[in-house]
Design a protein around this ligand. Structure first.
Ligand code: URA
Length: 205
C-alpha cells in the first residue's frame, strides 16, 4: 500500500522548488549522482508527464528527458499532436541510480523506498502545477502516483486515480520501446504508446 501523503508538505516559494530539489539529501541516491533533476515546463501546464528517473544524459545536463528516451518521447508526442513544450515534464525519482561498469553507468531501477522518499518532491511539483491530467510513463511513475506497482502492460491506456484524486493516464516508458529487440513487438508497443499520447492530447484539448 502507498504511504499516506505527508502532512508536512514542502511549503517554500514556488520559484525555489527546483533549487530545493537540487539540494536534496533525503535518500542515499544523492551521494553518487551528479545532480538532482527537477521537472521543467510551464507552471500552469494542463498536462504533467512523469517518467522514472534521470538517465545518464539527464544526470549530466540537469534537465529531464534530453537523452534517447526523451528524443523517443518528443518524436512520438509530436506525431500524436502532443506539445512537449506545453507540458510539465518530470520524474518520480530526481536522482540517477546506476551501477558503474567500466566507464559506463548502467541504469538501475529505483527501490520502492527511494520512490517513496522522492514522492515528497513529486507531490510538491503536482501541488504547484495542479495539472488537469498526469501521464505516468512506466511502472515507477505509476507506482509513485497510484501506489500500485502492478505490471504496466495490462494497465496502459487506462485512467487511474492519483494524488488529490487527479486522473493518471498510465502508459509505457519510452525506454521500454528502445529496449525491445523484436521489431514487430517494438512496432506494436510504439503504436500503443502513440495511442496513449493521442488520448492524453484529446483529454486536455
Ligand atoms: N528516463 C526517464 O524516466 N526520465 C528521464 O528524464 C530520462 C530517461
Amino acid at each position: 500500500a502507498q504511504l499516506a501523503a505527508c502532512d508536512s508538505a514542502w511549503d517554500g516559494p514556488a520559484e525555489e522548488l527546483p533549487k530545493a530539489i537540487r539540494a536534496c539529501t533525503r535518500c542515499p541516491l544523492h551521494c553518487h549522482a551528479t545532480q538532482a533533476v527537477p521537472g521543467e515546463g510551464p507552471a500552469s501546464a494542463d498536462l504533467m508527464v512523469v517518467g522514472e528517473q534521470p538517465g545518464d544524459m539527464e544526470d549530466l545536463s540537469g534537465r529531464p528527458f534530453v537523452g534517447p528516451a526523451g528524443q523517443m518521447f518528443d518524436n512520438i508526442a509530436a506525431s500524436a499532436g502532443l506539445d512537449r513544450e506545453a507540458a510539465f515534464v518530470t520524474n518520480a525519482v530526481k536522482h540517477f541510480k546506476f551501477a558503474p561498469r567500466g566507464k559506463r553507468r548502467i541504469h538501475q531501477r529505483p527501490e520502492r523506498s527511494e520512490i517513496e522518499h522522492c514522492r515528497w518532491w513529486l507531490d510538491a511539483e503536482i501541488a504547484q502545477v495542479r495539472p488537469r491530467l498526469i501521464l505516468a510513463m512506466g511502472a515507477t511513475a505509476a507506482q509513485s502516483l497510484t501506489g500500485d506497482g502492478a505490471n504496466i502492460l495490462s494497465r496502459r491506456g487506462k485512467i487511474e486515480t492519483g494524488p488529490d484524486g487527479l486522473p493518471v493516464l498510465v502508459t509505457l516508458h519510452p525506454s521500454y520501446l528502445l529496449r525491445l529487440p523484436d521489431p514487430a513487438a517494438r512496432e506494436k508497443a510504439t503504436a500503443d504508446f502513440k495511442h496513449d499520447l493521442v488520448t492524453a492530447a484529446k483529454l486536455i484539448a
